[in-house]
Design a protein around this ligand. Structure first.
Ligand SMILES: Nc1ncnc2c1ncn2[C@@H]1O[C@H](COP(=O)(O)OP(=O)(O)OP(=O)(O)O)[C@@H](O)[C@H]1O
Length: 260
């Protein structure tokens, strides 16, 4: 049984631990399509990161299956998984995991050291183009440690794109950035989404970013509480419903907002 969506999970559960067990995901079915820009939201401990890690084949579910187009990801060996991830999925994390002593250009090229289909000159050319796309044309040869937090995250975004993945998974990509840089990083992800048709799935606590997504998936206790497919027109309406729980600015003093 294949799948026609870009990425699909069927009946996914995840239990951590052997003696003390924590059920992080309680049976999830989700489909993601090419070019979708989705945000996963929910309180701390609701299972967002666990879900993202399973979607990205960084972790295996306890039960259920994950499909990428026609192939079953959960049936792959660890070696096949590593190759699958490298070819199809880009990752952006809150802490960008750049190699500090390497330049911006070298950091972007790291994923290509494993996947070597094109010539190194072509790859370097593409890495330079991507660094230009993220506004770092003048910083190619700066070491990662000599860049600001926002610039480092831009390098991480360029790096996530180097193997032309169909999908980018981002866990709190703006978690440690100020609001202006957050907005710039969001705009950049959107530009990539529209120009390259790359699907994005973000785990975010940032209500501005979630509010602008095409789709908002709300999790609670390891389950999908709601899955809002929004058009530009309906986005405001959806957010009016979701915001009372997640919008820090609207409900700064509420007990629930402290959990975010
Ligand atoms: N490696 C692990 N071992 C044991 N339990 C874990 C592990 N990772 C997560 N959990 C538990 O699984 C549940 C879901 O965690 P997860 O990190 O997916 O939630 P989250 O919604 O991403 O939270 P946050 O917003 O705080 O990052 C939580 O109860 C958490 O304590």
């Amino acid at each position: 049984m294949g799948c026609v969506s870009l990425l699909e999970m069927k009946g996914i559960t995840k239990v951590y631990g052997t003696t003390i067990k924590t059920k992080a995901l309680g049976g999830i079915d989700l489909k993601f399509e090419t070019g979708e820009f989705s945000s996963i939201i929910g309180y701390s401990g609701s299972g967002k990161t666990t879900l993202l890690n399973i979607l990205g084949a960084l972790d295996r579910p306890t039960e259920g299956s994950v499909w990428f187009q026609e192939g079953e990801v959960t049936a792959m060996s660890d070696r096949e998984l590593a190759d699958f991830r490298n070819r199809n999925i880009g990752f952006i994390f809150q802490f960008h995991h750049l190699l500090p002593e390497f330049t911006a250009l070298e950091n972007v090229l790291i994923p290509t050291w494993i996947k070597s289909h094109s010539s190194s000159r072509a790859k370097e050319g593409r890495a330079k183009e991507l660094l230009e796309l993220v506004g770092l044309k003048e910083r190619l040869n700066n070491k990662a440690t000599d860049l600001s937090g926002g610039q480092q995250q831009r390098v991480a975004i360029a790096r996530s794109l180097i193997n032309e993945p169909a999908i980018i998974l981002a866990d709190e990509p703006t978690g440690n950035l100020d609001s202006e840089t957050t907005e710039q990083v969001y705009e950049l992800m959107r530009e990539i989404n529209t120009t390259l048709n790359t699907a994005f799935i973000l785990v975010t606590h940032n209500d501005h970013i979630a509010a602008k997504s095409d789709r908002i998936i709300e999790m609670k206790d390891g389950l999908i509480l709601k899955d809002y497919l929004t058009s530009k027109k309906s986005r405001e309406k959806v957010w009016e419903e979701v915001a009372p729980k997640y919008c820090r600015h609207c409900y700064e003093d509420s007990e629930e907002s402290q959990l975010l």
